[in-house]
Design a protein around this ligand. Structure first.
Ligand SMILES: NC(=O)c1ccc[n+]([C@@H]2O[C@H](COP(=O)([O-])OP(=O)(O)OC[C@H]3O[C@@H](n4cnc5c(N)ncnc54)[C@H](OP(=O)(O)O)[C@@H]3O)[C@@H](O)[C@H]2O)c1
Length: 510
């Protein structure tokens, strides 16, 4: 039998990726929702298509709406036909998956409904040989996470052969994340809890560790001696779309910076792990996060900038102001843009600013990490031409056009000595062709294998909140100035430029 988290992880052995998880049942709570239709079922269908699901695999959707099993399957088929990676849908693959799809109507707090669920799982175990193994996916709003885990524990569905995936957001500040950890670990052990961050399922994000630790040329330069600063940008052209009421309670810092961008930072800056086991990698990430200086209230004004989009035009389309979006309080002080300067107080990174920037309604959709190297000595060419040389940049593009670019100086052909920066590019699409698996596909497969490498540990989630806890409280304080407006379609408020200029740097225009 597999013990949780003991499976070799996919970084270690490519052959492992071909391995199928042991037979089990996946129970999705909130299976009638958007996430299940757009992400989970298409990902499961893709895994089935690739032959990565175990024999005997079954899915039980648990929801509060009465629904027949056939209705449920038909809805999921429509969703898969729309969102799956492999198109058109293969009827044989779908039919095989669909015979293992079931629906149970129930209430998250009703013990009788959970007794019926336990009964159904025992029956599926007998019919499909799932060995009592069951993965629970909490795909409901977070307010339901605790009651679901408590109802599962109350009927004994928390033995070591049960484990669960918890969706984001994981709390809304340090105190609520701690409380959520405390309550979840009353019903399940830490090793049974897989907190999802879909950014970690992205191929390019996983490639950060490969780039750093499977190549000899970068790691020696990866420190304060050679790196001037690091910029992490996640820019979106979209506004809040249909999520106005959710977003207005969250904001840019909670929705993107505190979780996804901190994961990028941890992977780019952590020390090399001594093995590729889940706990070892996560220990290194936590060690790095502990070295980040939390932002104190007194630092908010000079280490951060926040903004809120006003009406404008994005890629030629006129768009309304955030305050005019449906579901948003017209007097909202929620930020749709955040720029932050962080410092890592360890031997490797002392004195190197890490700038994080995220916003909605920016001119371009792009996510990238740029390592900006120090300038070469101002002798030889720089002295000769009297023009400062461009600095070297290594940019890791996470989306779109996933790849890596290195900027370096080259001589312009001709008799005169003109030096110009040029780009050396690697593109995933060009080098590997095939469309990469969706993040949820990768993460579901890992969770079925009980490999926790790409999931967030409880202490990691808390530390990410701790770094921003005072800042969040400061921003929520009515005495703090409201976010600075920026025109939709621009790169954020002037304060973001002032933040980086104060250190003698400037934002990249990816
Ligand atoms: N959608 C995404 O792309 C996305 C992305 C990242 C994270 N997430 C996270 O994934 C989870 C699910 O997202 P979603 O977009 O699928 O959510 P959703 O559509 O709002 O809700 C999912 C299901 O949860 C149940 N539910 C909703 N409100 C409830 C309530 N007050 N009490 C009890 N049950 C309730 C409903 O099922 P029944 O009424 O049938 O019980 C609903 O179909 C959330 O935690 C969300 O933050 C979603």
């Amino acid at each position: 039998m597999l013990s949780p988290n003991s499976t070799p992880n996919p970084f270690r052995d490519a052959a492992d990726r071909q391995r199928n998880p042991e037979p089990c049942v996946l129970v999705i709570f909130g299976a009638t929702g958007d996430l299940t239709a757009r992400k989970l079922l298409p990902a499961l269908y893709n895994l089935a298509h690739e032959g990565h699901l175990p024999t005997g695999f079954a899915i039980v959707g648990f929801g509060r709406r009465p629904k027949s099993e056939n209705e449920f399957r038909a809805e999921l088929r429509t969703a898969v036909a729309k969102h799956a990676r492999f198109q058109p849908i293969n009827p044989a693959v779908w039919d095989a998956l669909a015979t293992g799809i079931f629906y149970q109507h129930g209430d998250y707090t009703n013990p009788a409904d959970f007794q019926r669920l336990a009964q159904r799982l025992r029956q599926l175990d007998r019919e499909r040989g799932t060995g009592g193994r069951c993965l629970f996916y909490l795909a409901t709003p977070p307010a339901q996470f605790v009651e679901i885990t408590q109802s599962l524990a109350a009927v004994g569905l928390n033995d070591p052969d049960k484990w669960l995936i918890v969706e984001k957001p994981f709390g809304r500040n340090l105190a609520t994340a701690r409380e959520l950890n405390r309550l979840l670990t009353r019903a399940f052990t830490e090793r049974q809890i897989f907190r999802i961050d879909h950014y970690l399922g992205k191929e390019t994000v996983q490639n950060i560790l490969v780039l750093r630790f499977a190549n000899e040329i970068f790691e020696h330069l990866w420190n304060q001696k050679y790196v001037d600063h690091v910029q992490i940008t996640v820019a979106e052209t979209l506004g809040v779309e249909a999520r106005g009421s959710y977003y207005d309670q969250a904001g840019a810092l909670r929705d993107m910076v505190q979780n996804h961008m901190m994961q990028l930072l941890a992977l780019i800056a952590m020390e090399p792990p001594i093995t590729l086991e889940a706990e070892v990698i996560r220990d290194e990430k936590v060690k790095l996060l502990r070295a980040i200086r939390p932002i104190r209230a007194a630092d908010a004004a000079h280490c951060t900038a926040r903004g809120q989009y006003a009406a404008g035009a994005v890629q030629g389309q006129t768009v309304p102001a955030y305050l005019a979006e449906p579901g948003v309080n017209p007097k909202s002080r929620t930020e749709t843009f955040a720029a932050i300067r962080l410092h890592i107080e360890n031997w490797r990174w002392a004195g190197v600013p890490f700038y994080l920037r995220h916003g909605k309604r920016l001119p371009k959709r792009v996510a990238e990490i740029a390592i900006q190297f120090k300038a070469p000595p101002a002798v030889l060419f720089a002295a000769e031409t009297n023009v400062p040389l461009a600095t070297n940049t290594l940019a890791i593009r996470i989306q779109p056009d996933e790849g890596i670019t290195i900027r370096m100086n080259a001589k312009v052909p001709g008799a005169a000595l003109h030096i110009q920066p040029v780009k050396m590019e690697f593109r995933y699409g060009g080098s590997f062709g095939a469309r990469a698996p969706d993040a949820y596909e990768r993460l579901l497969h890992d969770a079925l294998l009980r490999d926790a490498t790409l999931f967030i540990r409880g202490d990691e989630a808390e530390r990410c909140w701790e770094i921003f806890d005072e800042l969040l409280a400061t921003w929520e304080d009515p005495a703090t100035p409201a976010p600075e407006p920026y025109e939709a379609g621009t790169w954020g408020p002037p304060a973001a430029d002032a933040l980086i200029r104060a250190m003698g740097h400037q934002w990249r225009r990816p």
